[in-house]
Design a protein around this ligand. Structure first.
Ligand SMILES: Cc1ncc(COP(=O)(O)O)c(C=O)c1O
Length: 426
């Protein structure tokens, strides 16, 4: 179901309860559906209408989608409606539509999608399930988020795996060379962010996965920043596993995510969770000895138990919302805002150090930078004082700043940040 005015206004009484912002969202919603047609990245009138669909406060300038993506009204409304329905009716279940819907959106099969609550959970399932033993080598970057470092660090402590690191290079080709140079006979896994949280560089994950596959090495992508920012086809990407969330670039409910496990890998990536839905139903507790079952013949083997109807209705609505605009339109808009941000930062010359590559295939919506002679913490505080929300980056000793822009942003907001930089340099 694509998002439309009728699905938003459920009844006259709901209409009466709407705030002014919600009412302007309704009038904007009638105009955002593109029916699959292209919208120019600089069609400001169109993107202004899209902005009306977000309750995100206008008192602040939010340039931090990399931390989490504020949801638009249709997502919030779908969550509220489904939660109300569950609590009023006592109906159980209700999340079954989400794995197939996510699979279609991501270019995967429905049996390859496990529901999770965030990226961290998906990474942990894949990391702990990977058959690794003492001395096995795992390649990671020096730009990992703790969510993709701590699990591997624990396996190093507990199981003696060896972690080998590389720093992403300014170009995709050099990055691949660095990975290739680390591969030995003992390499069992290449683990990489699709886009590191530190500086937003788009890594050449398709080539990395091909390299891994050619050498019989397992690949895990930390896709925190993939879906909703980049059009994705996981089968084409060729990864074994892809862990992500719907609460960043997909603008979905906070605390929702997924883990993709390629069908052929499901008997290799061991599940350690057991519960309702993770088995094939062929067990008998009353038999003596107890008859044990196999695992669910799908990625359902990785998640079980009660799920939140409201949250998954919100995930479904976030996919509808993205599709009503068009994933390619969204990608082009946010890539152009990212380029605008880069260009503005580069205008400062040697007073600003841009950390994100300018190479076309290695950049998108997130930019990292340092201001010469200005402490990053102080600048961050200055942004807060001026109600501009960005992120400071202490990871990997980068001591830098990160700005990320989504479809609810515009160039004026990026300019506000640039004015603050100018003032700091004065
Ligand atoms: C690259 C990366 N990986 C993993 C995570 C962890 O995500 P979550 O909080 O959904 O577990 C983040 C969060 O910002 C991230 O940026």
């Amino acid at each position: 179901m694509s998002f439309n005015r009728r699905s938003f206004i459920k009844s006259a009484s709901a209409l009466a309860a709407l705030t002014l912002s919600e009412l302007s969202a309704i009038s904007a919603s009638a105009q955002i559906n593109t029916d699959g047609k292209p919208v120019a990245a600089d069609d400001d009138a169109y993107w202004k209408n899209v902005r009306q669909l977000f309750p995100l406060t206008k008192d602040w300038t939010y340039l931090n989608n990399g931390t989490f993506g504020p949801s638009p009204y249709p997502v919030i409304d779908a969550m509220r409606t489904a939660q109300m329905d569950q609590d009023m009716s006592g109906n159980y279940g209700g999340y079954d539509a989400t794995p197939p819907k996510l699979a279609k959106f991501l270019g995967a099969d429905k049996d390859e999608i496990a529901l999770t609550h965030n990226v961290t959970e998906g990474i942990n399932i894949a990391c702990w399930g990977a058959p690794l033993k003492k001395g096995d080598e795992v390649i990671i970057t020096t730009h990992e988020h703790v969510g993709n470092f701590n699990p591997w660090m624990s396996r190093q402590k507990l199981h003696g795996i060896v972690i080998k690191k590389y720093t992403p290079a300014p170009t995709a080709a050099e990055t691949l060379e660095r990975i290739d140079a680390l591969i030995t006979k003992r390499t069992r896994a290449i683990v990489t962010p699709h886009i590191p949280c530190t500086q937003g560089q788009v890594l050449p994950v398709k080539d990395i996965c091909r390299l891994a596959k050619d050498k019989g090495i397992f690949s895990l992508i930390d896709g925190a920043h993939g879906p909703g920012m980049l059009p994705l086809d996981l089968h084409d990407l060729g990864c074994d596993t892809y862990a992500s969330c719907t609460h960043k670039w997909m603008l979905g409910p906070k605390g929702t995510g997924f883990l993709y496990v390629r069908k052929e890998m499901q008997d290799t990536i061991q599940t350690y969770y057991g519960g309702a839905g993770t088995d094939d139903g062929k067990w008998d507790l009353m038999a003596d000895p107890v008859t044990t079952a196999g695992y669910a013949p799908s990625a359902h083997r990785y998640f079980g138990g009660t799920q939140a109807n409201g949250l998954y209705a919100g995930v479904n609505a976030s996919i509808d919302f993205i599709e009503s605009i068009g994933m390619m339109n969204i990608h082009n808009r946010i890539k152009s805002l990212g380029k605008y941000t880069q260009d503005k930062l580069l205008e400062f010359g040697d007073k600003i150090e841009l950390i994100t590559p300018t190479e076309e295939i290695s950049r998108c919506a997130v930019n990292g930078f340092r201001i010469k002679g200005v402490d990053y913490h102080k600048f961050f505080d200055k942004c807060v004082e001026n109600k501009v929300r960005i992120r400071s980056v202490a990871e990997c000793g980068l001591n830098s700043l990160r700005v990320s822009t989504h479809i609810y942003n515009n160039r004026d907001e990026v300019d506000q940040l640039m004015d603050l930089i100018k003032k700091s340099l004065a």
